[in-house]
Design a protein around this ligand. Structure first.
Ligand code: IVH
Length: 716
């Protein structure tokens, strides 16, 4: 065999194997026998043994990569990965639809309903049709690079389906089309989306860049098998398929992942280049399917509330028979153009919502109620339960939320209670089984002092919160101190390895640390003298503390534990302010002009920064040598024609999508915010603008169109 014919034969075998993999793993319609498939696969391996140069990264033989990784590389998503808001009743779905109708007056609305797969969100990036990167969601902006792990999943194509002509010409040179027919390879109709609603299902050109989002999951059978194997090996079984999936994707050794029967479904787009993205969700699903990707099935196109309810009910009737776990239905506005006009909140788009099916419930005895004191001093009652098995795990504790909740549900010690596990939330007590009362149940007296420090508790309303939560008023309450320090050390904040519950409790108990600034004064001798702490661990902990001094500003801001400032808001603040000092000085208006920051968050940040005690803390952190500079700072950096300028987008632009316009503004030094204020420099308006235009006119903010925007940006 010549090199040229080996190459041609290899290409043909690879194409055939891809087609069969697609038929088997994506369409679940195998077209050849396992033996026949093995024959093709071994011929390919044999060719690669003889001609090693044929081993390309996307050869079907290269699914399980080489050595285990030392760690996952961070990957920035070209477009952030969002989550979904949840609803639990028809009334809430109706409200959601009403909201969208008000946002889009007069528009006839169409919806796509899909199963909500209970797995782990991932983003795949294909470049010129080849799988380039696979990443976890992470914090939505940056995830972990899990490409090696995702490559082991057979329903993840390493190469996207080619348009008809290309595939045909690929098999031609070796003259092996006949072999293909003998192997009963699926018709191209299968590969290009037969069964998908509407159209011939041709993929069209392959996008230069395709970021596609979906869910990795373990099927019910695969999960059961995996747990049996683990138990046989004496290992701890996984609590549920989602934990097993998450645990699998965290493996640094792809060979372990390859042994887990993971699967994928893709339902959304991120960044796309080189083709026009589909105009509707239904078209998107068909397109993805035509590209060889597995999409959620079944899905419904609905035009009214009644049709939505029908689809939701129909899915609920079927879902128990699905091969994988679903926990709800996802309702998405079908039209992509209309979605852009709805926008999104800091976590989720406004144009989609999840309808969660009722969670599985169980009954058990309430043995005791304990009170937990959190870092904000909130007293949370916790139910100590007779252990009971529910949806895959044993439950012995559940949250009771607050005193009002206890009263409202009339929960008494010794009661039989109904508990449920709704998705990922901690199990909750939903109510009492009155018929099982025997008269010996006792009322629980909610404490009127902090169980931790015996100080007074109060429940005045806190910013943005009704006054139902009792809080310990003592700023020096050890539970609060511990909570604040644990939060500071946590992975999402300053990421100080070793600073977990046990050590932090020890540090506080021994009077070594009272606030986060004290961490930076810890000495080796006093640490090493702690119980169960050797010199080596003490040194490691000190090194971790030292390393935290150089963390990005957003982590520091998050670590401060300011009410309502989560990781995402902290990031926005670090983009908006060049240094912590700028943030400390900022007025409320300045704060509200920050992305993701509304009135309540702004007031909370402002209050925190005005507090003398907090200001002293910041000074001590400065003296300890922590970096207050924001590396993420974008505006006013002095570069780019839009440096320091803030933009608000409204309406549909003639050529740029919202995302493209945002990317341009940011690349040129400016920033985009969600709402118009006096601080807004420009409102970039297109067709059918929303109320933002009127507001801009009222405030006298400069309004520009796309042409002027391009001129100002110095581009054509
Ligand atoms: S769409 C911007 N569709 O559920 C909208 N999500 O609870 C992004 N999920 O983060 C999500 N099935 O990880 C969408 N058919 C589906 C889904 C789905 C499962 C996951 C996804 C999302 C989470 C929200």
């Amino acid at each position: 065999m010549t090199a040229a014919s080996a190459k041609a034969r290899h290409a043909d075998l690879a194409a055939q194997i891809r087609v069969h993999d697609h038929a088997y793993y994506v369409l679940a319609r195998p077209t050849i026998s396992d033996r026949e498939y093995d024959r093709l696969y071994h011929e390919l391996l044999e060719l690669e043994r003889q001609w090693p140069e044929l081993v390309t990264p996307d050869s079907p033989s290269q699914r399980v990569g080489g050595a285990p990784l030392a760690e996952f590389r961070p990957v920035r998503h070209a477009q952030p990965m969002q989550s979904l808001d949840n609803t639990y009743s028809q009334a809430e779905v109706k409200e959601f639809v009403g909201r969208i109708q008000r946002l889009l007056p007069g528009e006839p609305l169409e919806w796509c309903v899909e199963p909500k797969i209970d797995g782990v969100a991932v983003s795949l990036r294909y470049e010129n049709g080849r799988l380039a990167v696979a990443a976890t969601r992470g914090d939505g902006t940056t995830g972990d690079d899990i490409t090696a792990n995702l490559r082991t999943i057979r329903s993840v194509p390493l190469v996207l389906a080619h348009p008809r002509s290309e595939l045909a010409s690929r098999s031609a040179p070796g003259g092996t089309a006949k072999t293909g027919e003998e192997c009963r390879r699926p018709t191209q109709g299968d590969l290009f989306g037969a069964g998908a609603a509407g159209g011939a299902g041709q993929a069209g050109p392959i996008p230069r860049v395709l970021e596609v989002r979906g869910e990795v999951f373990l099927g019910k059978a695969g999960f059961a098998r995996l747990n049996e194997e683990r138990e046989a090996l004496g290992e701890e079984p996984f609590a549920n398929p989602r934990n097993a999936t998450a645990g699998s994707l965290k493996q640094l050794d792809p060979r372990i992942v390859a042994a887990r029967p993971l699967d994928i479904v893709l339902y959304g787009l991120g960044h796309v280049e080189g083709v026009r993205a589909p105009a509707t969700q239904i078209e998107l699903l068909d397109w993805l399917r035509a590209l060889g990707l597995r999409t959620p099935q079944p899905r419904w196109l609905c035009r009214s509330l009644d049709e939505l309810f029908e689809a939701i009910a129909s899915l609920e009737g079927q879902r128990r028979d699905f091969a994988y776990q679903t926990d709800g239905a996802v309702i998405k506005l079908n039209s992509v153009a209309l979605r852009a006009r709805c926008g999104s909140t800091s976590k989720a788009p406004r144009w989609a919502i999840a309808y969660k099916y009722a969670a599985e419930q169980a009954q058990t005895r309430l043995n005791a109620i304990t009170i937990q004191v959190g870092r904000t001093g909130a007293l949370t009652p916790v139910a100590e339960l007779e252990p009971v098995f529910l949806s895959g795990s044993t439950i012995s504790r559940a949250t009771l939320h607050n005193e009002e909740e206890l009263r409202r549900k009339d929960i008494r010690l010794g009661d039989w209670v109904v508990i449920e596990k709704a998705g990922e939330v901690i199990p909750a007590v939903v109510g009492v089984v009155l018929e099982r009362r025997n008269g010996h149940e006792k009322q629980f007296e909610f404490p009127r002092s902090c169980p931790e420090c015996k100080s007074k508790v109060s429940r005045g309303s806190v910013l943005g919160e009704a006054g139902v939560v009792w809080r310990c008023v003592n700023p020096d309450c050890p539970a609060k101190i511990r909570g604040r320090i644990e939060h500071w050390c946590s992975r999402g904040a300053m990421d100080i390895e070793g600073g977990g519950e046990v050590l932090v409790a020890q540090l506080v108990r021994n009077g070594l640390v009272r606030d986060v600034a004290d961490l930076y004064r810890l000495r080796l001798d006093e640490l090493a003298a702690l119980e169960r702490m050797g010199e080596k661990s003490a040194r490691n902990f000190l090194a971790a503390i030292e390393a935290s001094k150089r963390r990005e500003l957003s982590r520091l801001i998050f670590g401060l534990g300011i009410l309502h400032v989560g990781a995402r808001v902290a990031k926005s603040l670090a983009r908006r302010f060049a240094t912590l000092d700028d943030l400390m000085r900022a007025g409320q208006e300045h704060l509200t002009a920050t992305e993701d920051v509304g009135e309540i968050i702004a007031a909370s940040v402002y209050q925190w920064c005005s507090d003398a005690e907090n200001r002293r803390l910041i000074e001590r952190l400065r003296k300890a040598g922590l970096s207050f500079e924001s590396t993420a700072f974008q505006a006013g950096s002095g570069r780019g024609p839009f440096a320091g300028k803030s933009f608000v987008l409204t309406g549909t632009l003639p050529t740029l999508t919202r995302e493209q316009a945002t990317a341009k503004i940011e690349a040129l030094g400016g920033r985009v915010s969600g709402s118009v204020s006096k601080k807004t420099d420009f409102v970039l308006a297109g067709a059918d603008p929303g109320s933002k235009l009127a507001k801009a006119q009222k405030l006298g903010v400069r309004i520009i169109d796309e042409a002027e925007f391009r001129r100002l940006g110095g581009a054509g």
